[in-house]
Design a protein. Structure first.
Lengths: 173, 732
């Protein structure tokens, strides 16, 4: 089934089995193996990518449903030589161990910080009104769709806190 | 040149305290980090050689029994299907850690529900998956199978070598002023590494190359060759990046053999990844345990006896039994001691190593029992533990190589604010009952044989090569640091190549022994190179200082490139465990402190704070060592509160075979855990004074959480995980 996608700023055409998930399309058809398959059931978050700026589990979505969509994968955020702010913070804070959930964690964190900026409340937000505060509790709550069995959670939170705080500071200046 | 060393005596030189580069121990970022955070690290499933086909394993939905029909003919004609592999060399169970030979194979007999019986290979993953799910598999189940380890008619083995007794525990229990005699149960666990087991197999003539997700390559190579019936020399396994292991990837597993057989048959590379469900039902589980713990003490809390009786389960074909009582012989004082280890033969999936086999669940029970003893005595639980630290191994009567439990407990109590702990059930904040708990942490320490090669190139760069793996543990980082420190190079000038069976056989990753074993092999190779350099300068190697690519000896200072004069130096290090593993008791130590809030209405437990203090010899990298501890402590939270393999005891099937139903801790379950590392040197361990830290953090962590639940709510849960229903039942 023919599908046109804009991936990491580049137009890519795909002609795959209609059963192909967005994750398998990226990995098996488009050479983008940065997104990982940890469960294939939307339970672990290792496959998280951004679709039109929102984070989704790419294993739970068929590729053919995304004709015309803009997709950002971990490869679109930075390279080993030019890491994004979050990628660098994950390295500095050791926000990973085996690294398998990491691309999903980082894509999820990108999406999450955007949600915070837009004022979305969460289960742990004190109030439904007004911008939520970027705290460890908020980050933990909002990142709980991304499992990490090595359990780098405290370091992941620290990495996101650092980037989130500097973005907030930049926005204020 | 090979530098061989058998660790027969303590190495008091502490050479690494005198080297000059100053990179060892520092919290250096992992050199593999930039690849991991950008999605460019190549895990097994990322290899897509030309002509790749996709394989999906087919499961038997009943067991034990006889396989009477496989609907291969119908599946072969389905779109895209290339082949259906039903070879009797397919594995029945994965190999146990360090098996070094093929595990049970074949599928005429089905040993357990969920056993893979065939591989469907197709042009695309979607075609292979659909065909595999469509295949008819008929199993004639056995009559009278046994699934429940606690059932009266289940066969129980009591292996002679695993029982021990000293003194008279029954008498000690009778004579004691205060005793605890309780039974604890822990649920089965799954490793749950985020990367499912994956293999990509490709043949070149008779030679097989397999990109796999494995922990111990030198053993895996032999296990795979033996399973296929080919020579080990014809097998090459590559695992440069492994997405977590925790024991589940110690031995060769179903997908590797299936991928190799299929690729051989059809003459194309084949990729096989286990689904998450297959990982849960067909790799290794940690056995559930039932543990009777007996403690005897006088009125002041001085212990006179300790009993630990464990019952675990496994398939009858397996000799592995969760070594629940591993640390019981030496953790606390007491001249009367009785250890009983039993295994129930169950017809369920295979049990094997999961992170810290033994102590992970054994210390959970013992340390809850210690809390019960402290409560009965009216003594502070930290004091009770301090009072009962033995001055030598009370069972073998040999000295400890080092003993840091007391310091860990004292230091942790201070940092955590233990003095603010109140009596059970006294602290309430709204609808939350809040309490604190403590536990000791202990894990046996050992080294296994390992080799590594180091090459110092004439331009002053070094390459470290071994088949050792980095499963998230930080091998790339610490090996870079060891070589950089020993050879006096900035870490950027050292390249570490891992995970390839064509390289010298390291220890592999398991049992917390990777850093000490393979690290020592690298240290030895570097030491050999240092000696050669010293020889070239005409000085003793003790008088040689290497720093920033320069050698300094006496009044001479030369660039390494000048000394080497266009010639590379290569050395191999080879370490073997020796007498120090028997003459002293080696262990790593720690203390866990937890603050838990229990909801007075729902019984929901939430871990609010956790503080761990650990000591494991020389710390090679503050950052990665801390991360190991964070991970272990989080496993303790999971074990205490949520993780539980649920088997249907009517037919032995695993009911919760995915992450929606098998609950590993998520980010919100884990507070911003604090970790302190206490530095020590243990000369008995190895010339680097390094001990393992990968599993220490899990040992006792769950007990601190459980003891905090008691202190918060007055509810003592002895059946883990302590889910809210069990807590609620005890709330008044």
């Amino acid at each position: 089934m023919k599908t046109d996608l804009k991936i990491n700023g580049e137009l890519r055409s795909l002609d795959a089995d209609s059963r192909t998930t967005l994750l398998d399309a990226l990995r098996n058809h488009l050479g983008l193996t940065g997104s990982k398959k940890g469960c294939d059931h939307g339970q672990c978050g290792a496959c998280t990518v951004l679709v039109n700026g929102r984070r989704i589990n790419s294993c739970l979505s068929l590729a053919c449903m995304h004709d015309g969509d803009e997709i950002t994968t971990i490869e679109g955020l930075g390279t080993p030589e030019q890491m994004s702010a979050l990628q660098k913070a994950f390295v500095d804070h050791d926000g990973y161990q085996c690294g398998y959930c990491t691309p999903g964690q980082i894509c999820s964190a990108e999406g999450m910080l955007q949600e915070m900026k837009e004022g979305w409340p969460s289960h742990v937000s004190g109030t439904l009104d007004g911008p939520p505060k970027l705290t460890a509790d908020e980050i933990s709550e909002r990142m709980s769709g991304n499992l990490c069995r090595c359990a780098a959670y405290p370091n992941i939170v620290d990495a996101i806190l650092e980037v989130g705080a500097s973005e907030t500071k930049e926005a204020a200046e | 040149m090979t530098e061989h060393f058998k660790i027969d005596k303590p190495d008091e030189r502490n050479m690494l305290d005198d080297t000059a580069q100053g990179v060892l121990g520092t919290p250096m970022n992992r050199p593999d980090g930039p690849l991991k955070v950008t999605g460019t690290a190549m895990y097994a499933h990322e290899w897509h050689p030309e002509g790749l086909c996709h394989g999906v394993l087919v499961r038997a939905g009943k067991g034990p029994g006889n396989l009477t029909h496989l609907g291969t003919d119908e599946v072969r004609t389905m779109p895209g299907v290339i082949d259906v592999v039903t070879d009797q060399r397919l594995l029945s169970v994965p190999a146990q850690g360090m098996a070094n030979a093929a595990p049970e194979q074949g599928h005429d007999r089905i040993a357990y529900d969920g056993q893979p019986v065939a591989l469907v290979v197709a042009e695309s993953f979607e075609q292979a998956r659909f065909a595999a799910q469509s295949m008819e598999v008929v199993v004639e189940p056995d009559e009278g199978a046994h699934y429940d380890p606690w059932a009266a008619d289940t066969k129980v083995e009591t292996p002679k070598a695993k029982q021990s007794s000293q003194g008279d525990l029954d008498k000690a229990m009778t004579d004691a002023a205060v005793t605890v005699d309780e039974t604890y149960t822990t649920a089965g666990h799954n490793s749950g590494a985020m990367e499912p087991h994956t293999s990509v197999a490709q043949w070149d003539g008779d030679r097989l190359t397999l990109h796999g997700s494995y922990q111990m390559l030198k053993f895996n190579k032999n296990e795979l060759a033996d399973s296929l019936g080919i020579k080990p020399d014809n097998v090459r396994i590559l695992s440069p990046y492994v997405g977590g292991g925790f024991g589940s990837k110690l031995g060769i597993c179903h997908e590797a053999v299936a991928a190799a057989l299929a690729s051989r048959e059809i003459g194309r590379p084949v990729s096989v990844a286990l689904s998450r469900q297959q990982v849960l039902e067909a790799t290794m589980r940690r056995s559930e345990t039932r543990q009777r713990v007996r403690l005897a003490a006088d009125a002041e809390g001085n212990m006179s006896g300790m009993g630990h009786h464990s019952l675990v389960s496994n398939l009858g074909s397996q000799s592995f039994a969760e070594p629940v009582t591993q640390a019981t012989p030496f953790l606390y004082k007491g001249e009367n001691r009785e250890i009983v280890q039993q295994v129930a033969e169950t017809d369920r999936m295979c049990a094997g190593s999961v992170r810290a086999p033994g102590e992970a669940v054994g210390i959970l029970a013992v340390e809850v029992a210690m809390d019960e003893l402290a409560e009965k005595l009216g003594i502070d639980p930290v004091d009770l533990r301090l009072r009962n630290i033995p001055d030598k191994d009370p069972t073998k009567e040999i000295p400890f190589s080092s003993h840091m439990l007391g310091e860990c407990l004292r230091s942790g109590a201070k940092s955590f604010g233990w003095d603010k702990r109140q009596k059970a059930g006294m602290r309430r904040e709204g609808e939350w009952l809040v309490g604190m708990g403590v536990s000791s942490a202990v894990r046996v320490n050992f080294v296994i044989e390992a080799k590594a090669r180091v090459r110092l190139d004439p331009e002053g760069t070094a390459v470290v090569e071994t088949d050792m793996t980095d499963i998230g543990t930080g091998s790339y980082a610490i090996f870079t640091q060891i070589a950089a420190e020993m050879l006096g190079l900035p870490p950027s000038q050292v390249r570490v190549v891992l995970g390839d069976t064509d390289l010298p056989p390291g220890s592999g990753s398991g049992g917390s022994f990777g850093a000490a074993s393979t690290g020592t092999a690298i240290w030895l190779a570097c030491d050999n190179i240092r000696k050669t350099l010293a020889g070239k300068l005409g000085v003793e190697s003790d008088d040689l200082t290497l720093k920033d690519g320069e050698a300094i000896a006496g009044n001479k200072r030369m660039r390494l490139s000048e000394i080497l004069n266009s010639e590379a130096l290569t050395a191999e290090g080879h370490v073997e465990p020796g007498k120090t593993s028997k003459e002293v008791r080696q262990a790593t130590w720690g203390a866990h402190f937890a603050e838990v809030a229990v909801n007075a209405v729902t019984g929901e437990p939430r871990v609010r704070r956790m503080h761990g203090v650990f000591s494991a010899g020389r710390i090679l990298n503050e950052k990665t060592a801390r991360s190991q501890c964070l991970g272990g402590m989080t496993w303790g939270i999971g074990m205490a509160l949520t993780e539980e393999l649920l088997f249907d005891m009517r037919d032995g099937h695993l009911a919760n075979r995915d992450f929606a139903e098998y609950h590993i801790p998520v980010n919100a379950d884990v507070p911003q855990i604090e970790v302190d590392l206490l530095h020590e040197r243990d000369a008995w361990a190895n010339p680097m004074q390094v001990k393992g830290i990968g599993e220490l953090g899990i040992c006792g962590a769950g007990a601190a959480v459980a003891n905090a639940i008691y202190n918060a709510s007055g509810v003592r849960v002895r059946d883990f995980p302590a889910t809210l229903d069990k807590i609620m039942a005890g709330l008044s």
